[in-house]
Structures are given as C-alpha cells and as structure tokens.
Design a protein around this ligand. Sequence first.
Ligand SMILES: N[C@@H](CCC(=O)N[C@@H](CS)C(=O)NCC(=O)O)C(=O)O
Length: 223
Amino acid sequence: MSEKVVLHYFNGRGKMESIRWLLAAAGVEFEEVLLTKREHYEKLVNDGALMFQQVPLVEIDGMQLVQSRVILNYIAGKYNLYGKDLKERALIDMYSEGTSDLMDLFMSAPFTPPETKQKLLSDIEQKAKERFLPVFEKGLANSHFLVGNQLSRADVHLLEASLMLQELFPTILSTFPKIQAFQEKMKASPRISKFLQPGSARKPPPDEAYVKVVKEVLSHIFK
Ligand SMILES: N[C@@H](CCC(=O)N[C@@H](CS)C(=O)NCC(=O)O)C(=O)O
C-alpha cells in the first residue's frame, strides 16, 4: 500500500471535500484516484477496499479508511486539530456536527429535481441564517477560534461551510461580522491560502457533468 495519502472519490465535493480541506489545513500532501466509471467502483468493491461498499475511501498510514466522519476524526487527531482535552474535543465535535448537518443539506441539492430545488435552497438559506450561523457568530464573539486558543477542525469546517453558503447566497454573512472577520483571518493563513488558489485539489460547486458521473458510477442507487 502506498505510503502517501490517497483519496478515492469522484472529481467533486460530496463527502470527500471536508477531508480535502482538513488535509490541506494540516499541510498534508495527498493524491487522488478519481472514480469516473462504474468499473472503478466495482473494482474497489471486489478488492474488498470498501467496508460498506461506500466511498469516500482514504489510504493513510497503511490503512484503508472508510466512513467520512472516522476519516476526519483520524486526521484531526493525528494533526493536532482536535483540541487539548476531551472537553474541548466534545465542543469541537458539536460544532463539527453542526457544520456537517449544514453541508449535508447542500449535498442533496444537485440531485434534487428542478421543481423542488428552489424550495430546498430557500430552506437551506433560512436554516443557515436562523439556526447555524448565529451559533458560530456567538462562538467567535471573544476569540479567533471556535474552541480554545488554537486552530481546530471545527474552524476548518466552518470556513468551508461558510464559503459554500456564500457561493449560493452572496450576502448571507452581512449580519455576521465575526464570521466575516474569521473568514479573512483563516484565508490569510498560508496553507488555506494555497488551497484556495486555482489548481489546488479544492473542487468547484457540483455541475451537471459531476451529477452524471455520480449517477453512472452508483447506478445501483440511481436506477
Ligand atoms: N456514512 C458514509 C456514507 C458514505 C456514502 O453514502 N457514500 C456514497 C457516495 S457519497 C456511496 O458510496 N454510496 C454507495 C452505496 O451506498 O451503495 C460516510 O459518511 O462515509
């Protein structure tokens, strides 16, 4: 097995994008094997690489890790992005689960039929404004970081989620000044700044081509 970190997923965000973000924030180089054909997925299944026949799959430290949360936990633990003690970790987990709930809402959007998509988008905007963003604004009231006095995975997930929100709703942060300031500070850090440059492993918003590939590769789901 490769000593390098290798990511197996589609050429798109989905459940791998937060993993790409976290590795980038940790300064870890990685390679990507992109699933573009059904055969690629079938080979991984037949090779026994996918414990539950699901991607993301990440090869790291001699392991084949699946389950995106587990992968994120491992990277956060290994690269000191998980707080200084169990209590900080619990708070980081709560923030991280919140950003994950928010980003899960986005993930279904490209696969939603046009007639219900507008409703889904306005629900996301409303939930973001009323439920999620106020929590993070409060969390950043007296600190540059959500938890403790150092960068954690919660900060990285918040940056990812808030940028994603702005792609769809450009003015959504106008009433959240702390999150705006947080974004600027995070974006200035060298590793994040590098990841935000064109040509990095960061993926663009999903388009029709991405949806088509996912539907073909996972044709057992999208019948
Ligand atoms: N709980 C898993 C869910 C992974 C998942 O649903 N992966 C999808 C692609 S994004 C998949 O491989 N589906 C194939 C299947 O369920 O048969 C995780 O978070 O990694």
